[in-house]
Design a protein. Structure first.
Length: 488
């Protein structure tokens, strides 16, 4: 019997805190040893001269999520996880989305059925709470948290998803009491509705006006409000898909006060601008997502914010709709105006290669920050860090060995999603995952998938460490006791 199932030799390993040269010994799907000159393995992989990073954890993606407008998400758990794996992601956290009136238990059962025979990599679920009814708050959600669904998303916009302020307080209170993490989509719904109506009345309905209908101040106001609720309720929150300077400054201010406000941003805010929505004809619809991409100045600001630590997480927000498809970007009344175009763009497979090339190789971020943002922090934030998000003895052997290459353009025909475009077409890359391992098995080698659908496992989430109750270091001098002390 050999000591290891596999040894990755001569690895230049990056974790969120260190860079070191080592062999990696893998046994029974886990990292069993990190040391020089390991021997005794059935298989050996030589990683000399290549970066070796933890498999990516994509903390925000949408797979096979039913919609209410006649559209259809292009990727199910098979194509979505295959695409993710090719791009170096070994864990995904898509959403199990509650429509108003639905039982959360039914929603969770439905998403398990969608995932179980199809996923090629491991997955957990975030819940989307759109109907915090007494049954949900008093019974279903506490029980689901105890069963491993410890993080959920709230929307401040979209008519079929949004909560009012009072409902948000209800959910934040529940999250504090149960130690769950709340993710918030922060845009002011009434402002967007008002602007959309006015733009339509003025005949301004082309895809570009989607960005005009959701300007930065609309995101900033909602971000400020969400942070105020977090402060009031003493509950940590994560603001998702932050698009630019305005909202980031609100997060920074909350963090500077010592509040546990976390931020996530995504490739679309580093690589796209509102000008991409202005492309010829209807092409701009390919880049419609919410919040929308902003300005080149915002892009530059977001790069520096990624490097200076205001963001904890870099996710794809993969929300895949095909372009030339009556159930995609051009469904139903979409040609009548941006209001009807489904929001969301694909990005599961391109998230890591884009950030690796333009962040790490071009010197904008340190490789340790790359690992933290794309793997370690999302694993910690969502209670998966017992096994995922790092290369350490005892962790799952979820590993990416990077191939650096002469510059080449990213094209959609390289990708494995079920979407007929990538918004990042033509952007130059200099690296791609050569080998991707999931629980010690090579699932991608030189662009070839070596994994069967159904091998991916559901990961129940532990309580996230950051979601413990928080208190400003520099608290407002309350004349009365904080809510969390009066209503523990
Ligand atoms: O436009 C976006 N981001 N679509 C996906 C849904 C969401 O709000 O994350
Ligand atoms: Zn959102
Ligand atoms: Zn999303």
């Amino acid at each position: 019997m050999t000591a290891f199932d596999c040894i990755i030799r001569n690895s230049r390993v990056a974790t969120a805190s260190d860079v070191f040269e080592s062999d990696i010994g893998i046994r029974d799907g886990r990292v069993a040893a990190l040391a020089e000159n390991l021997s005794g393995a059935a298989e050996t992989i030589d990683a000399a001269g290549r970066w070796v990073t933890p498999g990516g954890v994509d903390g925000h993606c949408h797979l096979d999520q039913p919609t209410s407008d006649g559209t259809r998400m292009a990727d199910d758990f098979r194509s979505g996880t295959v695409s993710a794996a090719h791009g170096g992601t070994t864990t995904v956290i898509p959403f199990a989305c509650q429509f108003k009136g639905q039982s959360l238990n039914d929603v969770v059962a439905d998403y398990h059925a969608r995932a179980t025979d199809k996923a090629v990599i491991d997955y957990a679920f975030h819940l989307i709470i759109s109907d915090p009814s007494p049954a949900v708050l008093e019974t279903e959600l506490p029980a689901l948290i105890a069963r491993g669904y410890t993080h959920f998303k709230l929307y401040m916009t979209y008519d079929d998803m949004k909560l009012n302020d009072r409902q948000m307080l209800d959910v934040l209170e529940l999250a504090r009491r149960n130690g769950a993490m709340v993710m918030i989509h922060a845009e002011n719904s009434d402002c967007i509705g008002w602007l959309t109506d006015r733009l339509e009345q003025a005949g301004k309905t082309a895809p570009y006006y989607h960005a005009v209908s959701r300007p930065p101040v609309v995101e900033r106001e909602a971000t400020y409000r969400a942070i105020a609720f977090s402060d009031l309720m003493d509950t940590p929150i994560l603001i998702v898909h932050v698009s630019g300077r305005d909202a980031t400054e609100e997060i920074r201010r909350g963090q500077a006060r010592g509040l546990r406000i976390y931020g996530e941003t995504c490739p679309q805010y580093l690589f796209l601008t509102a000008a991409d929505l202005q492309k010829d004809g209807f092409e701009g619809a390919k880049c419609i997502c919410s919040p929308p991409p902003r300005t080149p100045a915002d892009q530059a600001y977001m790069w520096s914010a990624l490097a200076d630590g205001v963001f904890s997480i870099f996710s794809s927000d993969h929300a895949p709709f095909r372009f030339a498809d009556p159930q995609g970007k051009q469904h139903g009344r979409a040609q009548e105006g941006f209001r009807w175009v489904p929001n969301g763009i694909p990005g599961l497979e391109t998230r890591l290669p884009l950030l690796f090339t333009h962040g790490v190789l071009e010197g904008r971020i340190d490789i340790r920050d790359f690992v933290a943002l794309t793997a370690t922090n999302p694993a910690q934030m969502y209670g998966l860090d017992a096994a995922k998000g790092t290369i350490a003895v005892g962790a799952d052997a979820d590993i990416v060995i990077w191939d650096e290459k002469p510059p080449f353009p990213l094209t959609n025909d390289m990708l494995h999603h079920n979407v007929d475009y990538t918004p990042y077409e033509g952007i130059e890359l200099k690296a791609w995952p050569g080998i991707v391992m999931s629980r010690g098995a090579v699932i991608i080698r030189d662009g070839q998938l070596q994994a069967e659908p159904g091998r991916g496992r559901f990961l129940p989430s532990a309580l996230p460490a950051p979601a413990r109750p928080n208190r400003p270091e520099d608290p407002t001098p309350y004349f009365v006791e904080p809510v969390s002390e009066v209503l523990p």
